[in-house]
Design a protein. Sequence first.
Length: 480
Amino acid sequence: MIRQALHIFLKDTRQFRYSIVVLMVWTLFLAASWLSDLRERNLVNVAYSVIHSSAVILPIVWCYLVARIVHSESLAGTRQFWLSRPYRRSSLFVSKATFVAAYLILPLATAQLVALTFRGFPVGDSVAAVAWEQLLYVVIWVLPAMAIAALTTSLVQFVPAMVVVAVLLVVVDGGHQWGRFAWIPYTLGLGVAAAGASTVIYLQFRHRREYAGRVLGLSAVLVAIACVAFFPWRAAIAVQSSLTEDRSEDVTAAIRTPEPRLVTPLGHTGQFQFRVELAGLPSDAPITCHTGEMVVRRPDGGTWQSGPQKASPVTRDLGFVDYGCSLWFNTGTALNIDEVVDVDISLFATVFGSPQATTVDVGAKAIPVAGAGICSAVQNVYAVQSGQRTQVVASCENAFRGAPGIVQLKVSSRDVAFSEPGSYSPFPATLQLDPTVRTAAAILRATDRIDVLTRSPVMHVQRTVRLKGIRLADYELRLP
């Protein structure tokens, strides 16, 4: 089997040698662009910027090559020349998988690892991030492309199928409102899609079950999309909460009593505001409000439910114990606002803690900062009309994902930059080609040191407050 697989691999290498050379050169220039300071506007960096931007079409090139190498010994249809060789199915699969690993995965992984090492990231952390990134590439790009190629005989059939799948995924991605919790439904959806694609590939390479493969592939796509589109938000909250130590027993919630609302000639707006205040938290622990829900229970036993609504953000510099999250609900004319009802207001928020401070000296070597990545502060001298000025460029970069917590750059206890996590994913990487993500940056006047303060999510709080016997009119937003 190994000898035959090697024979097919070398045959594919000769057949697609020009595509391989172009891909290798492209990857080399991508690595150079990752190592270059693209902020400097010279001819070399302008060229690198173009190459850097071209990375967005790399997945298309990968899918094209995967389709070509699979179609060179087509599995679909009834006129496969290789059946008379005969090729063993296992040899055929091993040769194609080796081609993908040798000419697609390994060169890009090497380029990314070199870029991270050059930028000062610890080798152990870089290897873990790069390995996870390659797994994402395989699950999101390679497996679907190979499964569709195994069910088609030419690019004329392959391209429309890939386009349909891509459009469906874009529609689902554009419609979701998961924010920092998107990794939960996406992980489930990708798991289903990867399992379906792997099964299709096995059926085609092992048994050539074309009809069964197409039914299974379409079913896997629909189930994966359903996992993302209809995943319950309370289930996502429960999953996220289970990943942190539950220390929220002492946290209580209450609804602030609204100020008297004046009735105006403009009438009802159908918009209601509830401010949920949390108590029992440390005074220096910032919070982020995520989602709220309102359930109205009428005296006749009927209910009205709002569904999950995004909460208004909270100022980061809260220095008091009682925290407030504003929740807005739009009911239109669905409710009688003068009726006495019971209302359940649910809130989900994240509390940050475990502060860690690290000092970065200006001009010193970039240093790793837990929760922020690699941080540095460089002094630049630039010309102005009156002479020269000195500024300090401070920044932190993380490998393949944003910072998992809050990152603050401080000078003399004054915030000069602030960033919140884009995702609460526990995985070491998110899908992207550029190996570094800037987590915080600031341009300052001359200084000799910068403090980097990081806080990680320490608890996810879910609270429901019931208001009994209230009039919604008291909480309605009235226009002046």
